[in-house]
Design a protein around this ligand. Structure first.
Ligand code: URA
Length: 251
């Protein structure tokens, strides 16, 4: 593969910008300055650095963001800050997109990838990867909620939700954990509205077998690797263990 092709697929720079950077010696291959854009490189074998930063050779990139409030999941909503702004340049690629959405006021685990097949696998209706949300309600949890959610909630617009799992967080009055296997628009907020309550805070804490790294601050990103992606797809987080996870801000 040509060096400029390799870099174009893995960074946000255009081919033209990359060619200029290569001829100006801003790119190294295995420590030696590259001079020609058509220099052949092997993504598996060569270490390519651009402006001193390693450009990983992996065909696809997977990034986990701890989304803060105030950012929308789409890239181009006029006048809004996008989650794309939170991805540092070294983890950016042209086709990198969030997998599914979190509302502007929601926080927590948001996955990004340029692997379209994986994105489809995560959000496809069949085999939808489980999503776990920790929520803070406006009014106390009621015992009837768990059974209603397990039976499948009907939303105000008549849409029928699939059966889901929910339980109150021990030693709290207004916190709960909910696990969904689908992703309707504003689903958790609308489910609790249908139950006569209101979701004040919503944080995604796990996706399939992948849980939010406890030390990742809001707005922080990490690169995920093949084993993390496999864990996400092929295992589930244990609901009862998530329920026991202590949070600093309990109600
Ligand atoms: N459900 C919601 O209502 N909002 C989110 O951000 C995610 C799930």
């Amino acid at each position: 593969m040509r060096l400029d092709q390799f870099l174009s697929a893995r960074t946000l720079y255009s081919r033209r910008e990359l060619r200029t950077m290569i001829t100006k010696g801003k790119v190294t291959v295995d420590g030696a300055p590259a001079r020609k854009p058509d220099q052949p490189v092997s993504p598996e074998k060569n270490i390519v650095c651009l402006l001193g930063k390693h450009v990983p050779g992996d065909p696809y990139l997977y990034v986990l963001l701890n989304k803060p409030k105030g950012y929308v999941s789409s890239a181009d909503e006029a006048g809004q800050h996008s989650v794309m702004e939170l991805i540092p340049p070294e983890l950016s690629r042209k086709d990198l997109r969030p997998v599914g959405r979190l509302d502007k006021d929601s926080t927590g685990l948001l996955l990004f990838t340029d692997d379209g097949q994986l994105a489809h696998q995560v959000i496809a209706a069949r085999g939808h990867v489980a999503k776990y949300y920790r929520i803070l309600l406006a009014r106390p949890w009621e015992d009837a909620y768990a059974d209603a959610i397990a039976a499948g909630i009907r939303l105000a617009d008549g849409a029928q939700c699939k059966p889901a799992q929910a339980a109150p967080v021990p030693e709290t009055q207004r916190e709960a954990l909910i696990c969904l296997h689908e992703g309707k628009y504003h689903q958790v907020r609308r489910m609790f509205a249908a139950l006569g309550n209101h979701v004040e805070e919503l944080e995604r804490v796990a996706l399939g077998g992948l849980t939010m790294p406890p030390d990742l601050p809001l707005g922080g990103c990490i690169q995920l690797f093949e084993q993390d992606v496999q864990k996400m797809l092929h295992s589930e987080t244990v609901f009862s263990s998530l329920l026991q996870t202590k949070k600093e801000s309990s109600s």
